[in-house]
Structure formats: C-alpha cells, structure tokens
Design a protein. Structure first.
Length: 272
C-alpha cells in the first residue's frame, strides 16, 4: 500500500464482499457446537488480509481491517446505527463517513481473559469460514498462510487463543464459558452471550503480544465433567495445567494444540 498526499492510503490488492448474510444455526443440544450450518457475513478475496506494508512509510506493517468496500459515502451513512450489513462488516454498530462525526466507526467488542485480567477485543477476520461466522468476522483465507505453533518464539507472528468447546452453560451460571454457551445462552437483549475465551499475553501484560491469534480448541473430557472439574478458566497457565493433567484435550479427545486457524483480534482494553 502507498500513502497519498491527502493522507489516504491506496491499496494494490485485496477486496472484501460484504453482501453475504451471516448465518449460524446451533447444533442439537447438548452439543450446540459445532453449528449445524453457518455462513460468514463477509468474504475476503484470495489476496485479502487486514495486514498491509506501507511502502513509502518506512515499510512498516499495519493492521487495517476493511469494514466497507467499493461503496459511496452516502451508501454507508449509518451514524445513528440501523446498519445495512450487506454493505459493511457485521461488527459495525455505527459508521459515519462524513459530517460532524466523520471518519468514525463503532465496532462491537467481546470480553476475554488474559492471565486472570478481564479485557476486551474486536474480532475482524478469520482464516476459517466457521470461525468467521461465529465471530461475526470476515472470512479471509489468506490469513491461513501465517505460520502457527510457535507462540512465545522470538519471531512468532501469533499469540495463542484458547476457546473451550463444551464449557459450562446457563445464562445465570457464573462459571459459564465456551462455544456451547455462546450458541445457546441468550442475554436479556435477545443477543447471544459471549464465549469468554482465554488468551495468552496482551499489551501491558506481555512483550510478545500479537493481534493474530493461533486458535487452540479445548474440550473438557467426560471424566472431568463427571468429577465436577469443568469450570470457567481465566488464565493461560491454569488452562494448560488442565491440559497437562488430561482434563482438557483437543476435540474428541485428540491431543491439545493448534488447529491451524488464525483470527485477527486486536485487543482494545484491559480492565485490571
């Protein structure tokens, strides 16, 4: 990409189609995850990722998710909400391309824990279509070219994300967590409750943070459930301790580790 004299940035490649309708149909109880059917609400072209290198600006890498593509300003003038999601990203709550509040977009955040510290992030792209649909993000297959499995390495491009497939469910359950819950528990506003995942490091907590997250899917074993060990996890090392003891595994009892799926999830804030 190239920085223009007017301060705008011109891209040479990468397009996003926002016309698909996001669809997520939960699986049958009690295994609501994986969903019975799904479709991401937006699809990136084969060369689209949110990352770009500014060729005439130090060749630095920037993270710039596309929230609207190939539309005029008046087509996406949703300053007060009531958004047309066939034209913009599914996490857009309002967008104001011009006027007094011009150049702003409000995006939906999601809560998460990092080393027991409650935080919030935005999820904008995923290399996998099911994950993109679940996260209200753009399916960006090119993100899958990111090398995974080397979190905490000197030149790793990723941080690890630890979603739980079958955590505790129930709207009023203080231990609620995971994808089964996100696909079955609904808040007072009628919207699905967030899964409350665990992430490794984030800014101000670790020096090796990256907004590209390597998805490591965990599943409580039946023995752990029978013994009452299943609960909300809020710390990477706490979670990995459950893995070490065999209470938490990969899907269907497989070894725990990377799924190879990459999601773009910039951290926005930390509460503690």
């Amino acid at each position: 990409a190239w920085l223009q004299e007017d301060g705008s940035i011109q891209f040479e490649q990468g397009a996003v189609d926002f016309s698909p309708e996001r669809v997520v149909v939960p699986g049958d109880a009690p295994n609501f995850f994986p969903p019975a059917s799904f479709q991401a609400g937006s699809k990136g072209g084969p060369r689209y990722t949110p990352l770009f290198r500014l060729e005439n600006g130090g060749k630095h890498i920037y993270n710039a998710p596309v929230v609207a593509f190939d539309v005029e300003e008046d087509e996406i003038d949703f300053c007060d909400g009531d958004v047309d999601y066939s034209k913009v990203h599914d996490r857009v709550l309002s967008i104001c391309p011009d006027g007094e509040r011009g150049g702003t977009v409000t995006l939906q955040m999601t809560p998460i824990f990092s080393f027991a510290k409650p935080s919030a992030y935005i999820s904008t792209e995923a290399s996998d279509p099911m994950v993109a649909a679940l996260d209200s993000g753009t399916h960006a297959p090119a993100l899958g070219d990111t090398v995974v499995g080397f979190d905490d390495g000197a030149f790793s491009a990723v941080e690890r994300l630890f979603p739980i497939a079958n955590g505790p469910t129930g709207v009023d359950n203080p231990q609620r967590q995971g994808l089964n819950s996100a696909l079955s528990d609904v808040g007072e506003d009628g919207k699905p409750l967030p899964p409350v995942h665990v992430i490794g490091g984030l800014p101000t907590v670790a020096l090796d943070y990256s907004p590209l997250w390597d998805l490591n899917l965990g599943e409580w074993s039946q023995e752990a459930i029978d013994k009452g060990y299943r609960s909300r996890l809020i710390d990477e090392f706490q979670l990995l301790g459950m893995v070490e003891q065999g209470w938490l595994t990969g899907p269907d009892g497989a070894p725990f580790g990377s799924t190879g799926i990459v999601v773009n999830c910039p951290i926005v804030m930390r509460f503690l």
